[in-house]
Every structure is written in C-alpha cells, then in structure tokens.
Design a protein around this ligand. Sequence first.
Ligand SMILES: [Zn+2]
Length: 443
Amino acid sequence: MQPVDTLILGPLAVTMDAGERNLDSGAIAIRDGEIVAVGNAAELEGLEAAETIDAAGMLAMPGLVNAHTHLGDSLFRSLVEELPLEAWLERLWVSERAFVSRESVELGARLSLAEMIRSGTTCALDMFWFPEAATDAALGAGFRLLTGPIFFDFDGPDGVAAEDRIATGERWLERYAEEPLITPCVQPHNALTVSPDGFRAARDLADRAGALFHTHCSETATEVRQTIERFGHTPVAHLDELGILNGRTVLAHCVHLADDDFARLRRTGAAVLHNPLSNLKLGSGIAPIARMMEEGIPVALGTDGPVSSNDLDMWTAMRFAGLLQRGVHMDPVVTPAHEIVRMVTTVGAETLGLGDRVGRLAEGYRADLILIDLDRPHLTPMYDVYGHLVYTVGRDDVRSVMIDGRWVLRDRTLETIDETAVLAGMRELAAEIERHAARLEPA
Ligand SMILES: [Zn+2]
C-alpha cells in the first residue's frame, strides 16, 4: 500500500460501517482527506505514514452530525427567556433586526463552530440570515456545513426584500456550488411565514440546483392550529398538498403529528430532524420519534439554535432523545442506544443526503472522525459501547477532531479557529446587544 498522510493506531474503533464493526484495537489510514483503510492495528501498523497517532485508550468514531441548527443565533444566547415560542420569536427578532449583519453573523457562526468542534460535531445543517457568513466561517474553519438561502414573506434584517429572495438565493447557490465542504440547502422558515407560492418557488429553486429542502414543521400546537385555520390542513399535509415533500425534504421538529401526517411522511420519504432540547425548553412538546422510527420514517438529531436549546452539544441531545421516549412510553427498550448513535452518524448523514461520504469509518469515506478519551472515571469500565456513547460520554471527553482529513481539534486545541479573538469579539458585541435589549424592557 502507498504511504498515507495519517495513521491512527490502537483506538476502540466504532466504525458504523456496513457490518457495524467495533474493533478493539483498530487502525484508520487516511490519504488526501479520504479513509483508505480501516482494520486491526496489527494489520496496518507497518504502513508508512507522514503522521502516526497513538490512540490506544481512546475511542474513534465518525464525527457527529447536527441535523438542525442556527449558527448565528449564538449572538443572542440567553437574551430572551421564559416565553412561549411565538412571543419568544417576536421578541428575539427585535434584537436580530438591530444586530444581524454580515459581520456579526460570521462572528456568531465562528463561535458556534468552535463550540461544535470542541464537542465532536463535524457536520451541521444551518439556517440563518446571510448564509454566506456561516459558509465563509465554515470554510475558514474547515467544517462540513449544509446551508443556503432562507425564505420569509417579509423583508429581513439582511436587507433582502421578500420578492428578491429567489434571485439572491440563486446567486448564493452559484457561488458555492463547487465547494466540497459545503452542501446547498433551500430553506423557507415555515408554513406560517412563507406563502404557498413562496414554498412552490423555493421547491422549484431547490430542484433546479439539486439542493436539499429544509423547513420547520409542526413545532408547536399553536402553529398546527393556525395552519389548519389558514389552509385547512396540518403543516405536514399542507406541505404535502403543495408538492413540497419528497426524499430530498427534511422537516425540523414534527412534534405534533396527526395519524395522516405519519402516512404522508412514509409515502413521500421526507425525513424528520428531531430537536429534543429545544422542544422541551420552549415547552413545545415531545416529538413521537419512537413511532416514526418504527414506521420507517428517517429521523436525524439536532440541537436547534443556541437561543432555543442554549447548547450545541450533541451528546446532551442524544441522551435526551433516548430518555424522553423511554419516559413517555414507560418502556426501557424503546429507542435503543444503538439507534440513537445511528441518528448522529449513518442515518444523520443519509438523511441530509451525505450518506455516501460521511457518517462511517469505512474505506472510500471522507475522513470526518473524532477521538474520545476513555481513560476517565465515568467511562471505566465500558461493557456496552453504545450505551456509553448515549448515556455517559460528554463533550469534555472529546480530545481530537478531524474533518475531511484535517485536524481541526488536536489534543483539545482548536487548530482552525482563533478562539481568543472570537471570544473577545463576542464579548464586545454582546455588551452592545445587552444595552439595546435593556432599553426594550417595559419601565
Ligand atoms: Zn430551528
């Protein structure tokens, strides 16, 4: 075999490959950003490598996929609290209008990327104003991002008039079409903020560009009631009747579903992006993901934005995804830990259309992987690796992170983001945001 760039030797390798092999003393060889061999350390240790990593005492696994978030929202984390979703959004949007700019969104995105990389996330689906800002932040950080033009029926704080969004979106899609780390999405906000014509135009744009279609759907009982009042259908049925749903459509939330909604999701192949922390914190409810999974509806996992879940930590999201279903169903075997790990690796990647590139440690896949320190009290002993990953491992256990063959976190040091500068910039801007918000409070 030809020399490789990086050889990782000796970790417990949770491959999530076709056979879902776990190798006790594994080895992963990487060349030009691609995994070229996965096997036992004894078989691959003679391989010539520019860099050999001794990963004994660690666990190697595919990087985590965060299937729904809003990176720029880290600008406003904990600014608005203790309100139901609709009132909360209205209040949040006042601050967004005052402070959202191309520059501030890029700063917020860098901050979120630093948080995500530190916690082992290597790929995320982002929806926010100025998608070019998050895109440039991701390219700078070497992070795998799905993002793209957003749609609302009103003029946004990004200065784009509602009628110009298709043209603006087309320009974004052209500009980033060739970036290997960027996957384009077309993203109307939801059925109440985007008209049927707006949805049809966005669907058409996504189809022309071969982009993923991403929207919020059935997040709260209020949204479902208002959608029925306005259109005579639940949000899922409304989107289905408009011809929006297919295997390239992903719907964030789906907390409140009618029986007929399940049938429509099954028939169309649309996937669900589950955000347990955000749904709980905003009091929206608990999405019926055990039933979705039982019915074969693909479910990926996300954190939602840092203003609604207040955290971009996928380990917490995994733990809640499992615990909630067991509590609701009073059943300790529903949503097995193994299935939850699939949600953030193979199934997460497949749901977002990246199933042939990431989500597995397997030959021919891009090298998106993480190393976890196992030499810790809470991780010793480890009899059940999937149970540990869902119910015990936390973000502080993540030691190193590689995306597309490049170390972005090495021994807990960020390699591609100037964290000190990002934190300083954020503190300065946050002081302004706070002063502005204080003036909005009633006397
Ligand atoms: Zn969201």
